[in-house]
Design a binder for this molecule. Structure first.
Ligand code: AMP
Length: 412
C-alpha cells in the first residue's frame, strides 16, 4: 500500500520549520556598539531572521502607523519606547516568519520586562535564546562613534543631546538586563572596540559553538534485515547521540519481567507489532530522562503514521527537530537471505524464528512504515543509503550524512 497525501504543499511548507534547528541570538550593547554592522554578517552566515526593534520602529514611523505615531516623541528624545509597543511590533514580525531558522535580535531586550517578553515569545515557538552577545564599548567611544555616524546617517536621534540621553537610558535601564542573562548562563562578552573583522570573527565563533550545541534528531529507516539497527547503534556511538531503539527498550521490559514486558513477549511470539500505547510512553520517558544530550538517533520508530505524528510532537516539545532521515535500502531477496541466516544463529530474535514471522515483519514494514517514509520525504527529505555493501562501507556513507549536521549550515 502506498499512502497519498492531498496536501503535499502543506508538508513542504513545514519542511524548514520542522527539519532545522533554530539558533536564536540577541546582540547587546550600547548605541554605537556596532550591533547593526555585525548583524548583517551573522544573519547571512546562519540564515537568520533579523529583528531590529529600532528598524521596526523607524518603519512604523515612516508608514505613519498608530504604533509609529505613539513612539515618535520618545524616539526623538532618546528615551525608550514602552514595552507594550515593543511587544506588538515583535509579535507581528515573528508571526510573519513562521519558518525562520532562528532569530537575531538587535536592540532587544532593552529592559528587564523585555527580557521576560523574549522568554515568552521563545517558549511559544518551543525554543529558547541560545546566547546574548554583549558588545562592550566604553561610553566615550559610543559617543564618538554616534556623533560621527550622525554626520551621514540621517537619523534625527544621532545628535549629541539625544545621544547622551540614549546612553543614559542604556546605562539606567538596559545594562541591568545583563545580569538576567548572566544568571541564565547565556551571556557572552565581546570587546567591541576591536576592528570590525575581529569582532565579526569572534561573534561567528560564538554562534557556531552555540549552533553545534543544539540537539539533533536522526531517524534511521530500513526493512528488517537492512542493517538499520547495527548502523544506528554505531552512529549513536560515533556521534555521542542517544540511541532510541524501541525494540531494545521492549527487551529491557521483558528482561525485567514487568507487566509491559509480559504483554510484549506474547506479541513478539506471534510476530505482531507492539501497540502504540506501550511504545509511546517508553519513548516519552526516554526523551524526558535525556536532558542536555547532543541529540537522538531513532531506530524502529516511528513505525506507523500515528507514531510519526506523536514523535514529531515529542521532539518539538524537547526543541529537538528531526534533522536527518536515512533509509537503508537492500533488495528484498537479500533481506530474506539475511533474515533467514540470522534466524539460524545466536542473534535470532523471538520475532524472526520462522518464515511466517519474517514475512509478517517485512509486510508490516511495507504496509505501515513505507507511508511514514513517504511522509518524511515530503516533510524532512529522506537520504537513501545503499545498504548492500559491507557494514563499514554502509557506515562510512551514513556517518558522512550525520556529520554534516554538525557543520555550520548543515542543518539550514
Ligand atoms: P536603535 O536603532 O536600536 O538604536 O533604536 C533607536 C530608538 O528606538 C531607541 O533610542 C529607542 O527610542 C527605540 N527603541 C528601539 N528598540 C527599543 C526597545 N527594545 N525598547 C524600547 N525602545 C526601543
Amino acid at each position: 500500500m502506498r499512502c497519498s497525501f492531498d496536501d503535499i504543499a502543506l508538508f513542504r511548507g513545514l519542511r524548514r520549520a520542522t527539519g532545522s534547528v533554530m539558533l536564536n541570538i540577541a546582540l547587546f550593547g550600547p548605541p554605537g556598539a556596532g550591533k547593526g554592522t555585525q548583524s548583517a554578517a551573522l544573519v547571512k552566515r546562519f540564515n537568520l531572521c533579523y529583528i531590529s526593534t529600532g528598524d521596526l520602529l523607524r518603519q512604523e514611523l515612516a508608514e505613519g502607523s498608530k504604533l509609529g505615531t505613539d513612539a515618535r516623541e520618545i524616539i526623538a528624545s532618546g528615551g525608550l519606547v514602552s514595552d507594550e509597543i515593543i511587544v506588538q511590533i515583535l509579535e507581528k514580525t515573528i508571526a510573519a516568519n513562521p519558518t525562520a531558522n532562528g532569530f537575531l535580535f538587535d536592540g532587544f531586550p532593552r529592559t528587564a520586562i523585555q527580557a521576560y517578553i523574549l522568554e515568552g515569545l521563545m517558549t511559544k515557538l518551543n525554543t529558547s535564546l541560545d546566547c546574548l552577545i554583549n558588545l562592550e564599548v566604553p561610553v566615550e567611544e559610543s559617543l564618538r562613534r554616534l556623533i560621527e555616524r550622525g554626520k551621514s546617517s540621517g537619523r534625527s536621534d544621532d545628535n549629541e543631546t539625544v545621544i547622551r540621553n540614549r546612553l543614559k537610558e542604556y546605562h539606567d535601564k538596559t545594562l541591568p538586563v545583563l545580569d538576567f542573562y548572566e544568571q541564565k548562563g547565556v551571556r557572552v562578552d565581546v570587546d567591541g572596540t576591536q576592528d570590525i573583522e575581529t569582532v565579526r570573527d569572534e561573534i561567528e565563533k560564538i554562534a557556531r559553538t552555540q549552533y553545534s550545541k543544539r540537539p539533533v534528531g536522526v531517524v534511521v529507516f530500513g526493512y528488517p534485515g537492512s542493517g538499520r539497527g547495527s548502523q544506528a547503534k554505531a552512529l549513536a556511538k560515533e556521534f555521542g547521540l542517544e540511541f532510541v531503539a524501541t525494540g531494545r527498550m521492549l527487551e529491557e521490559e521483558m528482561a525485567a519481567d514487568t507487566g509491559v514486558g509480559r504483554k510484549v513477549r506474547a506479541l513478539y511470539e506471534s510476530g505482531q507489532l507492539v501497540p502504540d500505547e506501550i511504545v509511546i510512553p517508553l519513548i516519552e520517558r526516554r526523551l524526558e530522562n535525556s536532558e542536555g544530550v547532543r541529540g537522538f538517533i531513532f531506530k524502529g520508530v516511528p513505525r506507523t503514521l500515528v507514531q510519526s505524528y506523536i514523535l514529531d510532537g515529542l521532539m518539538k516539545k524537547h526543541d529537538c527537530p528531526i534533522s536527518k532521515v536515512l533509509e537503508i535500502e537492500v533488495p528484498m531477496l537479500q533481506l530474506v537471505e539475511r533474515l533467514d541466516q540470522r534466524s539460524r544463529t545466536k542473534r535470532c530474535m523471538p520475532y524472526d524464528n520462522g518464515t511466517d514471522k519474517i514475512v509478517r515483519r517485512l509486510r508490516d514494514h511495507e504496509v505501515k512504515t513505507i507511508p511514514v517514509i513517504e511522509k518524511y520525504e515530503q516533510v524532512h527529505g529522506v537520504t537513501k543509503i545503499d545498504g548492500t555493501g559491507s557494514f563499514e562501507q554502509v557506515f562510512a556513507v551514513c556517518a558522512r550524512e550525520v556529520s554534516s549536521l554538525f557543520q555550520v549550515g548543515g542543518r539550514l
